[in-house]
Design a protein around this ligand. Sequence first.
Ligand code: ZN
Length: 161
Amino acid sequence: MVKIALNIKANLDNIEELKPCGPDFRWCVQFTCSNCGEKSDKWNYISLSDQVPAEHGRDVFHFSCKCKLCSRVNTVTILGDSVKSYGVEDLEKFKRIVVFDCRGIEPSNFSAREGWIAKAIDGGKEFRDVDLSEGEWADYCDKIQQPVGIYEIEHNFERIK
Ligand code: ZN
């Protein structure tokens, strides 16, 4: 099993914190099978609130799939306490926001999609259900009377010990 961290970088405009909405947040990823190398182009949603029991033993996974090429069953567990937010202090750099415990597969791509919460600076509004499907998001906060936005989202994956 391999632990893979997802790191993101974004440009925040009058936003102090960007975070997943909670256990129901769905991480949207593509996987590559570590056994046969099959790089799937299917997008999969993985959520802490989806639990898949193991066929044997008592382990619980958050995602399980059978490789369509080699038929091996691969699983992923989200490390719940690894989920972090991205904030103004992280600007200009990548920050680790979640760690996946991967057995037999590794993530090859990530799409931010929906379900984010963004909090405006200076005690401004908390925007719920922020949609980053287009790679950016913009709105207006009437509390601080400023435009707010999230732009230039980038990601990478990192193998960790
Ligand atoms: Zn395979």
